[in-house]
Design a protein around this ligand. Structure first.
Ligand code: ZN
Ligand code: ZN
Length: 392
């Protein structure tokens, strides 16, 4: 029974650490232990390490640590790319080692030995494609085409020049401080890919996430079918009911079958738990990005809109309190005039606020058009190339 509890603990701890690391800063977790774990993983642990290094090696040690930090976090580097390859390679290796001996089995044909290899191969190809593709770097040769492809909305993007690249900054672009270049329709800098995600490679990035989600699902289903097949081949239910005289009901058999599975096939169960946690995260991440794609917004723009809306909200609040002050001063002058009901004033004000707090995204042109823009980026179209200004 100890093995089952070990498996449950493993699953819960993996889930907790991953959720805390990736989602711990979300407002919903504010003040909870998930936020505290997030702070520890992202800053706290590093802070303790810095203090320890300073105590042990003095300022020379901390200087070395800062150089490592600068290389790892502020400069392009392949550390997390290698980590991705280790994770996917390691997981596939453990699956081959522990489970390929049961293929072909009762429920799985031999073809899954090859299809699983193909699925992982395509996953790695998508990773390489996203990592090494041009995200849509803006340079003096293509800046005028990008300027005409993306008009300024004068809300979150207005005409300005990139102070580093010394070229006009097209709307929706951003200067990536890690890669030190301007990228069109900038989404974010992805450390896993060691590349920016922008106008030209958002499509590969989306394909990468959904493909890895599907691989995880495929892995879970295939391993579950292997275990179900082993149960059938070894006649586990038959032995339990006929030989040991256990009652043939789900309630009586399920704990015994689970105990047998976790004792005999714990590697497969561990891998299934890991794949379930990863697929949950990938599913959430894909849903978030799919929603952004359907509304033609980038991650960078969603932050800009948040700032814009909170600024608008503050302006509205200031306007509302100025109006209230004006009204109360007016009341003193117009004592005889019939008063407006408090409810009417309230609804009038809230309607005004709602009207002003609309996110007016001029790049959103309907979801079919938005998907088309991600699938076939402007810069890969003939019209973009035709627009090229003549040199000289
Ligand atoms: Zn720039
Ligand atoms: Zn970048």
């Amino acid at each position: 029974m100890a093995v089952q509890w070990l498996l449950v603990c493993h699953g819960l701890i993996t889930l907790l650490v991953m959720v805390s690391f990736l989602c711990g800063q979300w407002p919903i977790f504010q003040g909870t232990f998930i936020q505290r774990i997030h702070s520890f993983i992202t800053f706290g642990a590093y802070d303790y390490l810095r203090r320890f290094v300073h105590l042990a090696c003095g300022s020379r040690g901390t200087d070395a640590l800062y150089s490592v930090e600068y290389y790892c976090c502020d400069r392009p580097n392949p550390i997390i790319q290698v980590l991705y390859l280790l994770i996917i390679g390691g997981t596939y290796y453990f699956i081959v080692q522990s489970s390929f001996g049961y293929i072909p089995g009762y429920y799985l044909s031999a073809v899954h030995r090859y299809t699983s290899f193909l699925a992982v191969g395509v996953g790695i190809l998508l990773f390489l494609l996203t990592s090494f593709s041009d995200p849509g770097v803006v340079n003096s040769a293509n800046v005028s085409q990008y300027l005409s492809a993306y008009p300024y909305d004068n809300i979150i993007f207005s005409e300005k020049e990139c102070s580093t690249c010394k070229i006009p900054k097209p709307a929706r672009s951003k200067h990536c401080s890690i890669c030190d270049r301007c990228v069109a329709r900038f989404d974010h800098h992805c450390a896993w890919m060691n590349n920016c995600i922008g106008e030209r490679n958002t499509r590969y990035f989306m394909a990468f996430i959904i493909w890895h989600f599907l691989i995880c699902m495929y892995g879970i289903v295939a391993l579950a079918l292997i275990l179900a097949g082993r149960m059938k081949e070894l006649q586990v239910i038959h032995i339990l009911t006929d030989y040991y005289g256990i009652e043939n009901s789900f309630r009586k058999l399920a704990p015994l079958v689970l105990q047998w599975l976790s004792n005999s096939y714990n590697t497969q169960i561990l891998i299934m738990v890991f794949l379930a946690v990863v697929s949950l995260l990938l599913g959430g991440f894909f849903t978030y990005h799919a929603k952004l794609c359907l509304t033609n917004t980038t991650t960078n723009e969603s932050f800009k809109w948040q700032e814009q809306l909170s600024w608008q909200r503050k302006v509205n609040e200031a306007k509302a309190s100025a109006e209230a002050l004006k009204a109360s001063l007016g009341e003193l002058d117009q004592e005889n005039k019939p008063r407006e009901s408090k409810w009417r004033t309230f609804f009038r004000r809230s309607r005004l606020q709602e009207l002003e707090l609309v996110k007016n995204n001029i790049y959103d042109k309907g979801f079919l058009h938005n998907i088309y823009e991600v699938a076939i980026p402007f810069s890969t179209r003939r019209s973009f190339l035709v627009n090229k200004p003549k040199s000289g």
